[in-house]
Write a protein that binds this ligand. Structure first.
Ligand code: ATP
Ligand code: MG
Length: 97
């Protein structure tokens, strides 16, 4: 990670992130699907929050994959999901997929 100041004023958001990761831990025994929506004005700190989430998830031993969707690709179904899986699955041996 590059130069980054300390995280300010995100106690509530980080509590929600922690709770989501707790749910994920229990989902390992009871598979399910969970999601969070992070939205806000330009520059408000969405990417930073995702970065914090990523570090926490990684520290807890989760596999973290990131996918991006561009506005031009918005008509392609599951595009961001495919983007997230592409490089990872490409690097996994066929027998393990
Ligand atoms: N809670 C915070 N405390 C301190 N610095 C922060 C916080 N949130 C964001 N920043 C800093 O502010 C800058 C802008 O944040 P960020 O890039 O995450 O915004 P964004 O919402 O993703 O912007 P965009 O809409 O352009 O994608 C970054 O340098 C980031 O590290
Ligand atoms: Mg951003």
């Amino acid at each position: 990670m590059g130069e980054r100041g300390s995280l300010v004023g995100r106690d509530r958001e980080m509590a929600a992130v922690g709770a989501a990761l707790d749910r994920l831990a229990s989902a390992r025994r009871r598979p399910g699907f969970d999601w969070m929506e992070i939205r806000g004005e330009p520059g408000i700190g969405k990417s930073r929050l995702i970065g914090e989430l990523t570090e926490l998830a990684d520290a807890r031993g989760h596999l973290v994959l990131r996918g991006h969707g561009a506005e031009l690709e918005q008509d392609i179904p599951f595009n961001a999901l495919v983007d997230a899986l592409d490089d990872y699955l490409g690097a996994v041996a066929p027998a393990r997929r």
